[in-house]
Design a protein around this ligand. Structure first.
Ligand code: HEM
Ligand code: HEM
Length: 184
């Protein structure tokens, strides 16, 4: 079993991080849209935002770990892509990290604007660093915008992955799922 990423393909940690975070991030988007329309009498009025905030903080930790892993590893070769696709893939892949960081940070700032910490599944709490009630609205608008932007880029990224797989018959999707080919 390959642990590190090499020029031949992705190791296990990158693949597990990639797919678990992809499912969690898309799920968080759906949860976010659903929960903002709940009214006070819904049984999920408190628990849904608590779940959203808790998973969000765990995702923030996962993002930092994943970024560290990315920096500590080599990126697999992109020989199968055209020069334009190579640049686009680099921008999107590296761009995901600051974009997701800003999305999670805006969620954190909105949630802690009233000075209260975030309770992560009653497991540990993340203190409020900035207490400023006025920040809630601005951070909320930024959060909504970044969440929509993230989903747009995820859509483009997924379509590109499917194009490489089905039309170009490249190994990009296969190596993100099952790792490098055995003969490499
Ligand atoms: C993958 C990360 C995340 C995604 C995709 C995401 C997505 C969303 C979306 C789509 C909404 C609804 C926006 C609207 O229509 O007004 C929302 C709302 C919200 N998010 Fe997130 N979010 C993420 C992370 C976080 C984090 C880390 C926190 C806090 C720790 C957070 C706290 C909130 C709160 C409090 C709301 C409700 C805002 C309101 O009541 O208007 N989110 N999120
Ligand atoms: C929230 C959703 C997603 C995020 C944030 C995301 C992010 C990333 C990032 C940052 C990379 C670069 C490698 C790394 O640093 O880990 C990557 C690679 C990749 N992603 Fe995603 N991804 C998402 C969803 C998807 C989906 C749904 C698909 C397939 C339909 C997909 C297919 C791929 C493939 C095939 C690669 C490898 C590309 C290559 O080898 O050059 N991703 N993704």
């Amino acid at each position: 079993m390959q642990i590190n990423d090499t020029t031949a393909g992705y190791g296990l940690p990158t693949r597990v991080f990639h797919w678990l975070m992809a499912v969690a991030i898309v799920g968080m988007y759906a949860l976010g849209l659903w929960m903002v329309d709940l009214n006070y009498y819904s049984p999920y009025y408190q628990s849904a935002p608590n779940l959203h905030r808790s998973v969000g903080m765990l995702l923030l930790i996962a993002l930092v770990l994943r970024f560290g892993w990315r920096l500590a590893n080599r990126s697999p070769s992109d020989d199968e892509l055209s020069p334009i696709e190579r640049i686009a893939a680099k921008i999107v892949h590296w761009g995901f990290y600051p974009l997701l960081f800003a999305l999670m940070l805006s969620g954190y700032l909105m949630s802690t604007a009233d000075g209260r910490p975030i309770e992560v599944f009653n497991w540990f709490s993340v203190p409020a660093l900035i207490h400023d009630k006025g920040m809630e609205k601005t951070a909320g608008e930024i959060h909504e915008f970044l969440a929509n932007l993230t989903m747009l880029i995820v859509l483009l990224h997924s379509l590109a992955a499917l194009k490489h797989h089905f039309f170009d018959r490249a190994r990009t999707l296969v190596r993100m799922w099952s790792g490098p080919a055995k003969d490499q």
